[in-house]
Design a binder for this molecule. Sequence first.
Ligand code: GTP
Ligand code: MG
Length: 195
Amino acid sequence: LFAGQSEFVKGVVAMSGLPPADRIEVCFAGRSNVGKSSLINALTGTKGLARASNTPGRTQEINYFTQGPDLYLVDLPGYGYANAPLKIVEKWQKLLKQYLSGRQTLRRAFVLIDARHGVKAVDDEIMKLLDTSAVTFQCVLTKADKVKAAEREKVLAQVRGALARHPAAFPEIVLTSSEKGDGIPTLRSIIAHLV
Ligand code: GTP
Ligand code: MG
């Protein structure tokens, strides 16, 4: 599945702009700067496909990428970005909520959590939203290369505790580094099994 080409399809700012629901999709949600776009680049093996940047709030649209003929990878705008103007934040949040609860072909939402920081209140909010929509979500820890083993175990325990409160959570947590490639084959295989 991930041997094929990946291409940018479009950036969407309203539900009416979503591409036809003609194949399944998985999406990547998470706080601003957690590494969503970088993870898509690592999964597809295409540097610069999704725009990653150190400036939080880089991805401001729902960006669609193809992966082979049967799958869309969907890069979502980050949430919890304090410095964006309130009007814009509200617009993103509304779109995010509409998307997460209303996309028929969405097979799984990956909720990305920084391996240094664990689950924050805003992540919990998104998980609550996912509990009420028809889609299972799964946690992906990002930036694993930035934490030592002891700290990682502490964060993993915190994330497990948080997931236990969410009925829509898939129990397996995937530890990744887009920089070093850790966990990328595992995540590819998880996604391939959903198609
Ligand atoms: P928004 O679009 O603003 O919501 O951010 P995003 O979640 O798409 O994050 P993005 O992929 O743009 O990455 C943010 C920053 O984290 C960039 O500087 C990346 O290079 C860095 N980064 C992402 N993944 C990793 C990783 O696995 N390891 C390390 N060390 N840095 C990473
Ligand atoms: Mg991004």
